[in-house]
Design a protein around this ligand. Structure first.
Ligand code: FES
Ligand SMILES: [Fe+2]
Length: 433
């Protein structure tokens, strides 16, 4: 049996074993309650702002947003003003949108196209690779003035196929290493071929982690998605995998009783071109990946549709709903997460599934800020959330997180891919049958 077939067969057995077990896996750590202050305290929020968001790889754009040499776009999703620019040499780069003279923006439009960038204040001019090439009345800066030391300040910018990621930490590990095994698992989803079909954002009235966590467990699926997701997902057969650096995956087959026609009608509109390299699980199961810190995406043979969560304040979040897919021909671009709505400013509203997932956010946030809320107990099924919080603390620095706000680092390496103690327990159970 090939490695691939071997893996698929083992995961299928694990699905059945998950459905049959009567307790959390042997040796799986007890998850201590998480402090409420992680969602409500300015102190923790400030630590996230200062360390977490400045050190991790963040989805910034799709190449279709800056398709040609000279195309640029502003990007300010974590506050600092930057630009993503497709250089005249073909390379995509990111820079602070900050003129090296007195800090005026070098770009003021949301998007544009130009072979050079010129600051509007005193017309300092930069090439698309960031180098400063024009300073009016340069002689007045004196003979010591060295233009070669005044390039735009770069922000790390790397590609995953057509997707552009940025990282404010110049020392950060490369994106490929950050994703680790996830990079390899994503190869089949055609990231180098998918086009941007839709990208809309919505403001939510809760902490970004409250919003994000609605998409990091399947425990809620039968209860808040009885009509939409539940018919597609056998939550009891779900298998979670925790990867290094806080990434994670859920992998759930459809219910064994599912009417296949119904699944196809909801999940796989046949008119869209399939990503032909997608393997068995992507075609038949629901799998959803969390890429730390703020990307959640179910991946299938039809779509790469990430939900992306940006903090806009301690208790406010901007949710970006993105759909990427292969060529959709002359028909309307697919948009998995939004529906037309003329009453909304951008003409779109969140889809029923997203409304279900976001419905409690504002109320949860209010409760969390009240004395009625003490802490968060999580079950084994919700372990992806706990692991995510462990990584938040690690990115901030374990020594920086005050004890009353920290989570205990109880999920150890032994539960992180490729390690999986569940397999041995499953094999013992199978042998005993
Ligand atoms: S601030 Fe940009 S040219 Fe003066
Ligand atoms: Fe959900």
């Amino acid at each position: 049996m090939s490695m691939e077939a071997d893996y698929i067969e083992r995961m299928k057995r694990l699905m059945n074993w998950e459905a049959s077990r009567q307790a959390p896996p042997e040796g799986f750590p007890h998850l201590p309650d998480m402090p409420a202050g992680r969602y409500t305290s300015q102190e923790y929020y400030d630590l996230e702002q200062q360390y977490l968001w400045k050190k991790t790889w963040l989805f910034a754009a799709h190449i279709d947003e800056v398709p040609d040499p000279g195309c640029f776009m502003k990007w300010e999703n974590i506050g600092d003003p930057i630009i993503i620019i497709h250089g005249m040499d073909g390379e995509v780069r990111a820079f602070y949108n900050t003129c090296r003279h007195r800090g005026a923006p070098v770009v003021t439009e949301e998007k544009g196209k130009a072979p050079r960038l010129m600051c509007g204040y005193h017309n300092w001019t930069y090439k698309t690779d960031g180098s400063l090439i024009g300073v009016p009345e340069k002689q007045d800066f004196g003979p010591e003035f060295d233009m070669s030391c005044r390039s735009l300040i770069p922000v790390r910018c790397e590609r995953l196929g057509n997707l552009i990621f940025v990282n404010f930490d110049s020392e950060a590990m490369p994106l490929k290493q950050w994703l680790g095994p996830v990079w390899d698992e994503w190869e089949e989803f055609g990231f180098d071929r998918i086009k941007l079909a839709a990208r809309h954002s919505f403001d939510l009235e809760c902490n970004w982690k409250v919003a994000m966590e609605a998409n990091m467990e399947v425990y809620h699926v039968p209860f808040i998605h009885p009509e939409t997701v539940a018919p597609l997902v056998d939550s009891k057969r779900n298998v979670n995998t925790i990867y290094p650096n806080g990434h994670a995956r859920m992998l759930a087959p459809p219910p064994q009783t599912t009417d296949r026609e119904h699944v196809r009608a909801v999940d796989s509109p046949p008119e869209w071109q399939q990503i032909d390299t997608v393997g068995e699980f992507g075609r038949t199961c629901t799998q959803s990946y969390t890429m730390f810190p703020n990307w959640v995406s179910p991946l299938s043979n039809y779509f790469v549709p990430p939900l992306i969560f940006w903090p806009t304040g301690l208790n406010t979040t901007r949710l970006e709903l993105v759909t990427m897919a292969l060529d959709w021909g002359d028909g309307p671009a697919p948009d998995l997460w939004t529906v037309p709505d003329d009453s909304q400013p951008n003409g779109r509203a969140m889809s029923p599934i997203i409304l279900e997932d976001t419905q409690f956010g504002e109320m949860i946030q209010k409760s969390m800020e009240s004395d009625g809320f003490k802490s968060v107990p999580l079950s084994y099924q919700e372990a992806r959330i706990y692991s995510f919080h462990q990584t938040c603390d690690k990115m901030i620095g374990l020594n920086r997180v005050p004890e009353h706000l920290a989570v205990d680092q109880v999920i150890g390496e032994d539960w992180v891919y490729p390690n999986d103690p569940r397999v041995a327990e499953m094999e013992r159970a199978e042998a005993a049958e």
